[in-house]
Design a protein. Structure first.
Length: 444
């Protein structure tokens, strides 16, 4: 019971009411040691009564009542590139982050197949025990080169990279300061660490500086966490400012490059390349292999001191978790080779993104604050309108997903377009014009 009451802050009003009822009935029936379990509410042991399940049922009911198709878990029947095939129909595709068209690229697929032929489909152990293959080291060398750091380590998932790394490096005496639009995986890592967590308003370096002036001295290690390119809005963090601030306050800086690596910068090497900053100026570069790198996994780039610490000590990173699979490692490595060899892919992606923005402005669509990266939101501020517009676009052969509350506030609900390098100019112009026309119809 003591444990339960200490969790009160995390409980919904309904859960608190049930707990109170249980505490009272325990008293009446002679204490909580009572052998009688009849009074334990179903909400505590039946998944159908869990609030998450109830929420899904409510969503389904809303879709039914509004005669809308459920847009989630649509099944793709081939590679998700600038075009895709769903339910026997072809679509122009804005729902996948195959930024450079390397998932489905023959060189990448061949590398993955060759790795399976040589190593099988699993490395069958954590790397520290006996799961190491030379492809892991080759991939990590390529990632360190891209981010301009001494070393790198690749893990099985982007999400768990943030969780395991932040959770391992920081603890209760530390402060973690992150942008308000940071990815959920960073928040989960912060919670795991037990450190104090504070948010600063999106891309507001002045507010970050003020928070540090007030709080830096009360903590031991302080980590600032930003994204190079923000996953919902597509804008770019002010990296030089953040570096100046972290140096002045003697903090550490972590940059999540999930949507920046392979996309921005003259070489497509990410945020340091975009600003012409040396990679060593940032303490922790984090990235995923699931986007420009056409694979599955996550990675950290930094100094030998950081990477060795993670490799030998971080649970869920290299320790107590299997090594990244041969096929995924080989695919990411082949993609890294192509990223270095063909910077024109990232250049083309950015040109398509600028064309999209230019055309959207002409047609009066709200894409703020997108700036020509691989993410462009069309902000509608109305979930139902997002769903209806998504359906109209689907009918017109355009596949894009709505982002609704609680992923963003209702006033910021949107359609999010991932811009990929194989999109043609005609596809982009057709898409923007179709959005504008459909919106006019829907708004009456
Ligand atoms: C900014 C950011 N960080 C981390 C992740 C997690 O990466 P993954 O999906 O590869 O696990 C994502 C996923 O989309 C992301 O957008």
């Amino acid at each position: 019971m003591e444990k339960e009451t200490s969790q009160l802050a995390d409980m919904s009003a309904e859960e608190k009411r049930l707990l109170l009822r249980r505490m009272l009935s325990n008293k009446i029936e002679g204490g909580e040691d009572s052998e009688n379990s009849n009074d334990i509410p179903e909400e505590f042991y039946n998944f159908e009564k869990f609030s998450g399940h109830r929420m899904i049922m409510e969503h389904k009911e809303t879709f039914r009542a509004l005669a809308l198709n459920n847009p989630y878990f649509s099944v793709h029947e081939g590679v998700s590139d600038h075009n895709t095939h769903i339910g026997g129909k072809d679509y122009i595709n804005y729902s996948g982050y195959n930024y450079l068209g390397l998932s489905g690229h023959p060189e990448v697929s061949a590398a993955a197949k060759a790795a399976i032929d040589r190593y099988g489909t699993s490395v069958s152990a954590s790397r520290i025990v006996s799961g190491e293959i030379s492809l892991h080291q080759e991939l990590e060398k390529a990632l360190a080169e891209i981010h301009g750091t001494e070393s790198a380590v690749a893990l099985v998932s982007g999400y768990s990279t943030n969780v395991a790394v932040i959770g391992h490096l920081f603890g209760p005496n530390d402060l973690l300061l992150h942008d308000s639009l940071i990815h959920n995986s960073v928040v989960t890592g912060c919670l795991l660490s037990g450190a104090r967590r504070m948010m600063f308003p999106h891309n507001d370096w002045q507010a970050l500086d003020d928070l540090l002036k007030e709080n830096r001295r009360h903590h031991q290690r302080v980590l600032i966490i930003i994204e190079g390119v923000y996953s919902m809005d597509g804008d770019i963090a002010d990296l030089p400012r953040c570096i100046e601030i972290k140096n002045r306050h003697k903090c550490l800086l972590m940059v999540d490059e999930a949507h920046a690596a392979g996309v921005i910068g003259p070489r497509g090497f990410g945020t340091h390349d975009h600003f012409g900053v040396d990679g060593s100026e940032v303490d922790i570069w984090m990235g995923t292999l699931s986007k420009a790198f056409a694979s599955c996994g996550g990675y950290i780039c930094g100094t030998h001191a950081l990477i060795d610490n993670l490799k030998f000590n971080a649970p869920g990173a290299v320790l107590f978790s299997v090594g990244i699979s041969p096929a995924n490692t080989a695919a990411a490595l082949a993609a890294a080779v192509i990223i270095k060899r063909e910077p024109e892919r990232a250049e083309r992606l950015r040109a398509r993104s600028q064309l999209f923005l230019h055309r959207a402005k002409l047609r009066g669509l709200n894409t703020e604050p997108a700036c020509g990266t691989g993410v462009i939101p069309i902000i509608l501020g109305n979930s139902i309108l997002c769903l209806r517009l998504g359906e109209k676009l689907l009918e017109a052969g355009i596949n894009v997903h709505p982002i609704l509350y609680p992923a963003v506030p209702e006033s910021a609900s949107r359609l999010r377009f991932f811009i990929t390098c194989n999109l043609t100019e005609e596809e982009v112009v057709y898409t923007v014009d179709t959005i504008a026309d459909a919106l006019q119809l829907l708004n009456g």
